[in-house]
Design a protein around this ligand. Structure first.
Ligand SMILES: Cc1ncc(COP(=O)(O)O)c(C=O)c1O
Length: 346
């Protein structure tokens, strides 16, 4: 952020746009592409994940033809639900696959909801609510068999585990940088499968998406051929300064290492929690789980506060209790100490 401040201070004598700012967005996009398992030129920075999703939604005309169904799940983030819900006004039909236990969603039920009327299957890779992780391959396989597209919200998994955008052949990924990617706020991203990019023309657009933005030409819009066609207006430069170092650190540490550390620690945390007789609100099976562990407590916000007083920093979500998310920079000792403090407080 100090580097931003300096560039801003020098701005009149040295045009920061010409020297670096214009390139920052695609540089951040390419860092993200590597972290997501995609190739360079597959990620466009967005103001936040909600805009990334809205950009995708604006690519479709739900009112023409019969392919207007969106399949989502009950464990998705509210933005996902609000944005698709709003598309009903434009002719979309939404099918929300339910969760029996509030923790998991059956893959068979997601797969069964996909048919020849499905336009997009849009769901969280890892749920913010329970840390439940969906079976990506099974969903992509079924969706593509019916010519439907798949969008994964990877906000809760990117930077915490290996993602394989290219290998999975997933069509879209959305997310943001303030969680496992260790970045500042106000920076989202949208991955679009390279082979798909050229066929999409988002109605949520702006001058930066134009093939020749500095011609300032009148309409009609000529979308750029690159992933920049999914941009809107001026990139949020301070946000990019706040995310690039985190992305570099995550790449340096490596998502494979991050996940290995996470698996050891979260398995230990869960064993500890179950020994204490606490209610686990995340899947027990490591192959169905992201990097967070949800543990039920009666008054989540009060417990978050009491833990913070003891320098244990977690958050909570309504109905599920505490959300504990050890990252690579924690130590095993810290994680053990955190759980012992929680036991003391409970
Ligand atoms: C899974 C998930 N999706 C989306 C969001 C919202 O992202 P944004 O605020 O960037 O729109 C969050 C934020 O907490 C999230 O956890």
């Amino acid at each position: 952020m100090l580097a931003y401040y300096e560039a801003w201070e020098q701005h009149t004598s040295e045009d920061a746009w010409a020297s670096s700012w214009w390139e920052m967005s695609s540089a951040a996009g390419d860092h993200l592409a590597r972290i997501l398992g995609g190739q360079p030129g597959s990620v466009q920075i967005q103001p936040n994940a909600s805009i990334g999703l809205s950009s995708v939604a604006s690519c479709f005309d739900f009112s023409s033809g019969s392919r207007n169904k969106i399949v989502t799940t009950a464990l998705d983030f509210p933005s996902m639900q609000y944005i698709w819900d709003a598309q009903q006004r434009a002719g979309a039909a939404i099918e929300i696959v339910h969760s029996d236990d509030g923790i998991t969603v059956a893959t068979e039920e997601i797969v069964d909801a996909i048919d020849e009327t499905t336009c997009v299957v849009a769901l969280s890779h890892v749920s913010f609510r329970s840390s439940f992780r969906v079976d990506v391959e099974a969903i992509v396989e079924r969706a593509h068999r019916y010519d439907a597209l798949v969008l994964l919200d990877v906000y809760q998994s990117a930077g915490a585990m290996e993602l394989k955008a290219r290998e999975w052949e997933v069509d879209f990924l959305i997310g943001g940088t303030i969680k496992w990617l260790c970045g500042g706020p106000a920076c989202g991203y949208l991955y679009v499968r390279p082979e798909l990019q050229g066929s999409l023309e988002p109605r949520l657009t702006g001058w930066v998406a134009h093939a020749a933005p500095f011609d300032f030409a009148g309409p009609p819009m000529h979308y750029d051929r690159s992933v920049r066609r999914f941009a809107q207006g001026t990139p949020s430069i301070p946000a990019l300064y706040s995310v690039l170092p985190g992305l570099k650190i995550i790449e340096e540490v490596g998502v494979h290492t991050v996940r290995e550390e996470s698996e050891r620690r979260t398995e230990w945390m869960i064993d500890f929690a179950l020994e204490q007789g606490w209610k686990l609100n995340s899947p027990r099976d490591i192959d169905q789980r992201g990097g967070s562990v949800m543990i039920y407590v009666d008054d989540g916000p009060a417990m978050v506060q009491r833990l913070a007083e003891r320098k244990v920093f977690v958050d909570c979500r309504p109905g599920v209790g505490l959300r504990m998310s050890p990252h690579f920079f924690n130590t095993d000792e810290e994680v053990k100490e955190a759980m012992e403090i929680l036991a003391e407080l409970i």
